[in-house]
Design a binder for this molecule. Structure first.
Ligand code: FAD
Length: 421
């Protein structure tokens, strides 16, 4: 029986950040990863805040070497309306840029860099069974040849993403309050891309704020294009090899023919009902990180940043625990991660209610407000000095209401002036 200090389940961003950090502290760490890398994963637009986590875990330099597409902002559009955020113009002092990445390359880079640090990274090893206790954790996994192995550790970090290994085995999942949505996506040739479009994610809202399209450009000239909408709409779009998706992105007026003749790099993939919550993020002998905890919605590209944030914090808490210090997992871990999730929850609600669009598309937007919102969009959702973080649950609906009243009164003045003429 092999024995190590920490077993990490999953070699995505959460798992590799956690494992690299712990290796730096001198622990023996094993990652068990179900897939053979490189493998496709969705989640291609990063947020500046995640650069801090990559840096602290010692993975940033390896990613820098790959020359991924730089991302310096985010552009939101609805019909003729448009609002562009530049991460260089934000309230919180932090990173002003990040990358847009094909996850197959990005995750392989992280996994190889993690292995180079001395972490034992095992691909095609699927975790089947886990038993946890205060003293010792026991894991059963199956390799590519179907052989079952056992490994023991002092602690387990579950970073299994959509696999949700421990939430499944320990009945920790709970339904999300968001309505079930889905997404359909592919990578397309993007010959009509402008220089400016390369550095941004483009998000087009339509269908009365119920649906949206992302365009995420990569450094090789291709672009990821996805449509998000309610589950039924996406299911329909995915029928017959995604014909309706292909027609939509070629003809959708707001894309101005950008993908009119574009070839798809692969047949559209789709994913349904991804929003999910969690009852508890820790237990005796284990902690959850990344998508194993809660996943809200892709609209603000927050998934990888939450994965790296929670991967890093879970590793710090694990280090403290293994040093024999008492860890208050509720306040030192779960509440911290939940606080960031709650901020984004307000913004996701604000997106689908249309309050976010009301605020960003008003021609009267105040620059200070825009910079404060920009910091949230950059992932700095733990900065309590930002009123758009601190009052996240009330500020969007209140501000949207004020803007609507103001725009109505301007409209009333304009129409009374024109009728007086
Ligand atoms: P993952 O990246 O899922 O990694 C988990 C790993 O665990 C996988 O490699 C998996 O093979 C492995 N695993 C699973 N089960 C087992 C098992 N039994 N044994 C061993 N290994 C196992 N996020 C962004 O930041 N930007 C975006 O633009 C964005 N767009 C998105 C669009 C859509 C439509 C959706 C649904 C999500 C999007 N996300 C985005 C979210 C993003 O996909 C995730 O938040 C992110 O990948 C989570 O990282 P992770 O490390 O927690 O998990």
């Amino acid at each position: 029986m092999q024995t190590v200090d920490v077993v990490v389940i999953g070699a995505g961003p959460a798992g590799t950040v956690a494992a690299s950090y712990l290796k730096k502290q001198g622990y023996e760490v094993t990652i068990l990863e179900k897939e053979k890398f490189p493998r496709f994963q969705i989640g291609e637009s990063l947020l500046p805040c995640c650069m801090e986590h990559l840096d602290e875990s010692g993975l940033l330099d390896a990613v820098k070497e790959r020359n991924f597409q730089k991302k310096t902002g985010a552009a939101f559009m609805r019909g003729e309306k448009r609002c562009e955020f530049f991460f260089s113009e934000q309230f919180t002092k932090g990173w002003t840029w990040t990358w847009q990445v094909k996850r197959a390359d990005f995750d392989s880079t992280l996994a190889e860099a993690t292995r180079a640090k001395g972490v034992d990274v095992n691909f095609e090893c699927e975790v089947l069974k886990v038993t946890c206790s205060a003293e010792k954790q026991h894991v059963e996994y199956q390799d590519a040849d179907g052989n079952v192995h056992e490994i023991e550790s002092r602690f387990i970090i579950d970073s299994s993403g959509y696999g949700r290994v421990l939430p499944r085995l320990f009945d920790l999942s709970k339904p999300s309050a968001f309505s079930p949505r889905g997404a359909i996506f592919s990578h397309l040739e993007d010959k009509n891309r402008t220089e400016k479009a390369s550095n941004n994610i483009f998000v087009h809202s339509f269908d009365n704020n119920k649906s949206w399209i992302w365009a995420i450009p990569f450094s090789d000239g291709s672009t990821s294009v996805g449509i998000v909408g309610d589950k039924e709409k996406i299911t329909e779009m995915a029928e017959n090899g995604g014909e309706a998706y292909k027609t939509f992105i070629r003809e959708f007026a707001d894309l101005n023919g950008r993908f009119k003749d574009a070839d798809l790099k692969f047949e559209p993939k789709h994913i349904l009902g991804y929003s999910i919550g969690v009852k508890k993020m820790y237990g005796e002998g284990f902690v959850l990180s990344g998508n194993s905890t809660e996943f809200l919605d892709p609209i603000f590209s927050s998934g990888v940043t939450f994965a790296t944030a929670s991967g890093l914090l879970s590793a710090k808490m694990t280090h403290k625990h293994l040093q024999g210090e008492a860890v208050d997992w509720e306040t030192e871990y779960e509440k911290v991660i939940q606080q960031g999730i709650n901020v984004f929850r307000s913004y996701v609600s604000g997106w689908y209610s249309g309050d976010f669009q009301t605020i960003v598309f008003t021609p009267h937007i105040n620059e200070d407000i825009k910079n404060q919102i920009c910091s949230v969009l950059a992932g700095y959702v733990w900065d309590q000095s930002n009123p758009f973080v601190k009052k996240h649950d009330t500020i969007l609906p209140t501000l949207a209401k004020v803007i609507k009243i103001k725009e109505r009164s301007i409209g009333d003045v304009a129409s009374s002036e024109s009728s007086a003429q």
